[in-house]
Design a binder for this molecule. Structure first.
Ligand code: SF4
Length: 350
């Protein structure tokens, strides 16, 4: 991969951009967290995400293109980049892309906080090389702790053992804290709650339960499928008394808990029953290079097309600012005016 385009000498850009000119949306929220989808290809067909008969079509851009787009956002104040997909580990050039991204510096001259979300199926052999390339943190999506339910959800046989091996390899490699995200669906995997609490204590990983959101390709979302945070806290408390931990940052989406003996950590992300849009610091780029200002946006904004038409960094930065000024205040899940987003999760990138 060739080095970052000379026109995008971030150090120069970082120097000239005063703090108050960082990216902010119309509600005063600083946009410091970029979710960058590097493919919408996936080797899993999770029941709540994909219909299972998508065919083999997918969109991916070159590493250079993602690097340039990431560099633009970093020069405007982004401090954290999370690589997502589809399944990012399917990209052959991922380690190299991570190395290049890790060489970027924030406008304050600090290293980027570079993280990645994966389904873990390909993680075991890649954990070490990703860490060595500069990846800091990793989140593994796991929706069950016993193989049968795991296979029923992912629709990929013998996947549970591989993912658990990937989680252990990530810990071994020092990609700490290793987080395990579980999307909870009533009647599907809510019988796994106690098993996940044990996994957190046994494996020393942070387990985070996520309320099911209407982002799947089909219309399977119903309010009654959501396991709301209060019910979940009760379930965990009866497993073992919970102790709440302070949030790491105001924009952190999870409420954090440990158990009375301090072993294990649980996070609960409750976008449906306890929305956290007020502190939203996120913006997304889809695998085909479009900006999404919110997970539930109805519109995409084609940054890649502007780049391909020869847009200069200044022009593209101005475009990004303009789009951030259109960021939605919040989602409207469960409200009469709620509209399903224009893309499903696999094509947004989480
Ligand atoms: S729903 Fe939209 S505004 Fe709310 S936290 Fe998610 S991305 Fe931010």
């Amino acid at each position: 991969m060739s080095p970052v385009a000379p026109a995008l000498a971030l150090d120069e850009a970082a120097v000239v951009l005063p703090k108050e000119e960082r990216l902010r949306d119309p509600f005063g929220r600083a946009i410091t967290d970029l979710r960058l989808s590097v493919t919408d290809r996936c080797n899993y067909r999770c029941v709540y995400c994909r219909t299972g008969n998508e065919g083999s079509q997918y969109t991916e851009l070159s590493g250079e293109d993602y690097l340039r787009m990431a560099g633009l956002f970093v020069s405007l104040g982004v401090e954290k980049i999370r690589l997502t997909g589809g399944e990012p580990l399917l990209r052959n050039d991922l380690v190299e892309l991570v190395r290049e991204l890790a060489s970027l510096r924030t406008i304050m001259g600090e290293p980027l906080d570079l993280a990645l979300t994966t389904n873990g199926h390909l993680l075991e052999p890649l954990a070490g090389p990703l860490k060595a390339a500069g990846l800091r943190r990793i989140t593994v999506s796991m929706d069950a702790v016993e193989p049968e339910t795991f296979t029923a959800i992912t629709r990929v046989p013998r996947s549970f053992e591989r993912v658990l091996a990937g989680v252990r390899a990530a810990k071994q490699a020092g990609l700490e804290p290793v987080k395990v995200n579980c999307v909870l669906l009533r009647g599907f995997n809510d019988d796994q709650i106690e098993g996940f609490a044990e996994l957190s204590r046994r494996e020393g990983v942070v387990v985070r339960f996520i309320e099911f959101m209407p982002l799947g390709e089909d219309q399977s979302w119903k309010p009654e499928t959501v396991v709301p945070i209060d019910e979940l806290i009760d379930r965990l408390h009866s497993f073992r008394p919970l102790v709440e931990l302070p949030r790491n940052a105001a924009s952190e989406t999870a409420r954090r808990f440990t158990f009375d003996d301090g072993v294990g950590e649980i996070g609960i992300i409750a976008p449906v029953s306890r929305p956290f849009c007020g502190h939203c610091s996120r913006i997304r780029i889809t695998s085909d290079g479009k900006i999404r200002t919110c997970l539930f946006s109805q519109d995409d904004h084609d940054l890649y097309k502007k780049m391909m038409r020869g847009g200069t960094n200044e022009e593209l930065a101005t475009y990004i600012r303009k789009i951030v000024h259109q960021k939605e205040k919040r989602h409207h899940i469960g409200e009469p005016e709620f509209q399903k987003p224009s893309r499903s999760m696999v094509h947004i990138g989480g």
